[in-house]
Design a binder for this molecule. Structure first.
Ligand code: HEC
Length: 115
């Protein structure tokens, strides 16, 4: 009886830790991204603004995209599935947490305000 209670406690504990770790990996923190966007601003513009050099360079607007889309795009550049030299270079320097944070930041921008 004592034994099974202990096993149950261990099982509950591990499930809890595992669930937490999964949440942590998927959850982006928009505030944490604020120090990371300096890498993106030169090309993608300041969130809420249009791109800095739309006439020179076609850069897709990322503010207001869904966070899932932004993370997938960054992972695809890192994996080499999407090819663009500058974005591949950038994506390779980003951790999964960086990507989640940046996606939360850019993806969290309300579409209307992004005009
Ligand atoms: C040197 C310029 C440059 C920098 C710096 C840059 N990007 Fe990009 N980014 C681009 C260009 C150009 C594209 C379009 C590439 C293509 O056609 O695949 C792009 C595409 C993207 C896309 C895909 C958009 C879509 O609609 O599919 C995402 C997401 C993205 N960038 C995020 C970022 C983030 C986050 C950063 C900062 C960590 C960043 N970029 C920094 C130039 C840049």
């Amino acid at each position: 009886m004592k034994m099974s209670a202990a096993l149950l406690a261990i099982a509950l504990c591990c499930v809890g830790v595992h669930a937490q770790a999964q949440q942590g990996a998927a959850k982006g923190d928009a505030d944490a991204a604020k120090g990371k966007t300096s890498m993106c601003i030169g090309c993608h513009g300041i969130p809420l603004y249009q791109t800095v050099y739309p006439e020179v360079y076609h850069v897709p607007k990322i503010a207001g995209q869904s966070p899932e889309y932004i993370v997938k795009a960054l992972q695809a550049y890192r994996a080499g599935e999407r090819s663009h030299p500058s974005m591949q270079g950038i994506a390779k320097s980003l951790s999964d947490q960086d990507m989640a944070d940046l996606a939360a930041y850019y993806g969290g921008t309300p579409k209307q305000a992004a005009k």
